[in-house]
Write a new protein. Structure first.
Length: 144
């Protein structure tokens, strides 16, 4: 079993958990700063890797994309630019699509790309759950 954690919303109760068992952290810059004390994305990732040396990390950066880091290699994914209507489900959509793609055996780069595309579709629509695209729509948009 691999534990994936999205520490959102972050609060002090998480400090009582053994986060050393987490395989993959999916977090945004705010949560990254709350855990590490740093605002810079590279400092957040380096501090997370030092604190949790056996984990991998996906740091979402809003309009600046997302980056994966395994302690050695960083993989960056830019956003797909769209007119944002409602960002309510952006993070959850990204997280779900990234995890689903990894479970399917896709590469990190491909998983990031699928997650970014799904999230871009979600923010272009109003609402939370109704804005989340189906997998076949994401694949079609990516030419898969």
């Amino acid at each position: 079993m691999k534990i994936v954690m999205n520490p959102s919303p972050f609060d002090d109760k998480l400090n009582t958990c053994d986060l050393g068992k987490v395989y993959l952290f999916l977090l945004n810059e705010i949560e990254g700063e709350q855990i590490t004390g740093y605002k810079d994305k590279d400092q957040i990732l380096d501090a997370m890797a030092e604190k949790f040396p056996n984990a991998r990390f996906v740091l979402t950066l809003g309009s600046d994309g997302a980056v994966y880091y395994d302690g050695k290699e960083k993989v960056f994914q830019d956003i797909f630019k769209v007119k944002a209507v409602d960002t309510t489900a952006a993070g959850d959509t990204f997280t779900g699509y990234f995890i689903a793609a990894v479970i399917e055996g896709r590469s990190v780069q491909e998983a990031l790309r699928m997650a970014a595309k799904a999230s871009s579709i979600a923010v272009s629509r109003p609402g939370a759950t109704p804005s989340i695209p189906a997998m076949d729509e994401v694949k079609r948009e990516l030419g898969m």
